[in-house]
Ligand binder design. Structure first.
Ligand code: DX5
Ligand code: ZN
Length: 221
């Protein structure tokens, strides 16, 4: 198994102090910045776009930025986020008219590409595009809001996705997003995830480093 990556979701950060929040969480040991893009159309919430991603790069953030697109249509956001400094760009297959094309657009813009699966979305969307995937992201809550509870059925789905990835022979990360906490990250890791998004668990804590250290300790158990 690859090195595990902890990706705090800035959805739960203090947006009035976003640069400082990102600096602090990276200094606390985070590997990746998870950046949730919501459009009040594909999901019932509205967040941040490429300008904010660019602002974080201009602020001096060099860590990978993991752009999770919860938008429809997908394609017209891709070039803007690539230009703004995104490292990963992931999208929901239901939100794209042409999944293969969207993946190709992300790759040709120089970013890592991924598909995001809602709790009830079947995994077969990945079957014919495995060669274009750098990451598969399983949602363990319905997308749109931070602070929801982990849906337990996602553990079986993770095992299924892990098997598909391993059998494909491709180098694809398995990311999990939603309700990840210190007390469940161990079983989530055991089910096959190697990239962990956590929003409220980290940003609602007073000491980010303690939470991230505790998460790594649970993974290492
Ligand atoms: C939800 C977002 C998540 C969210 C996770 O639609 O994709 O990234 O910020 O928040 P927590 O970790 O609080 O469930
Ligand atoms: Zn997310």
């Amino acid at each position: 198994m690859k090195e595990c990556l902890i990706a705090p979701s800035i959805l739960s950060a203090d947006f009035a102090r976003l640069g400082e929040e990102v600096d602090n969480v990276l200094a606390a040991g985070a590997d990746v910045v998870h950046f949730d893009v919501m459009d009040n159309h594909y999901v019932p919430n509205l967040t941040i776009g490429p300008m904010v991603c660019k602002a974080l790069r201009n602020h001096g953030v060099t860590a990978p930025i993991d752009v999770h697109l919860m938008v429809s249509p997908v394609d017209r956001m891709i070039a803007d986020f690539a230009e703004a400094g995104a490292t990963y760009i992931t999208f929901h297959p239901e939100a794209s008219d042409h999944i293969d094309r969207s993946l190709q657009l992300i790759k040709s813009a120089g970013c890592k590409a991924g598909l995001v699966f809602n709790p009830a979305t079947p995994l077969h969307y990945m079957d014919y595009v495995m060669d274009k995937l750098d990451v598969v992201l399983l949602m363990s809550v319905n997308p749109g809001f931070g602070g929801q509870s982990f849906i337990p059925a996602t553990l079986d789905k993770l095992r299924e996705a892990r098997k598909k990835i391993d059998e494909s022979g491709y180098d694809i990360r398995l990311e999990i997003d939603g309700g990840v906490k210190v007390d469940n990250i161990g079983e989530i890791y055991a089910a096959g995830a190697d990239m962990f998004v956590a929003g409220s668990a980290i940003f609602n804590a007073t000491d980010y480093k303690t939470v991230i250290d505790d998460m790594r300790a649970e993974i290492a158990k």
